[in-house]
Design a protein around this ligand. Sequence first.
Ligand SMILES: [Fe+2]
Ligand SMILES: [Fe+2]
Length: 167
Amino acid sequence: MTITEALIAEHIVLIRVFNQIECALPSWTTLAGVRALAEMLEGLLRGHEDAEVEFAYRPLDHALAEDGRLERFYHDHRDLDAKLRGIRNAKTGVEARLMLMGAMAGAREHFQREEREVFPLLERRFRAEQLLELGQAWRCRYALPQPITTPSVRPAIGSVLAQPALE
Ligand SMILES: [Fe+2]
Ligand SMILES: [Fe+2]
């Protein structure tokens, strides 16, 4: 699995979670219940963002020599995190539900922009075998049952990025 296939698969799973939450949300009437849902989503999205920064944004930073093209996407992550954290300050269940719906809508748009702009850029900048190596490193880091800081993964990423990028 390439890194872009892995990250798109994460988008698909997250969107399915959003769909489930949107269906269930009308029956979650208590403020505490909606906050608990928001905290769960915050954890899921943070895990995705961490993986994406490590295995897609940073490799592109390297390839693009910090030309700032990714700043919009880093900003989206910060904005989404802030929206979800803000739900902790909601005063009513209705307010919290609206804030959660807004955060999920923002995440859906962000995913679409990444799939339109960031992932194709990644696929143009790196060779097929490099994309597979990044996917394998992502799998070792996030999808296999082992400690979250796996020393062997770092050299793998380093060796991929040490190879010349395309273009
Ligand atoms: Fe993202
Ligand atoms: Fe993403």
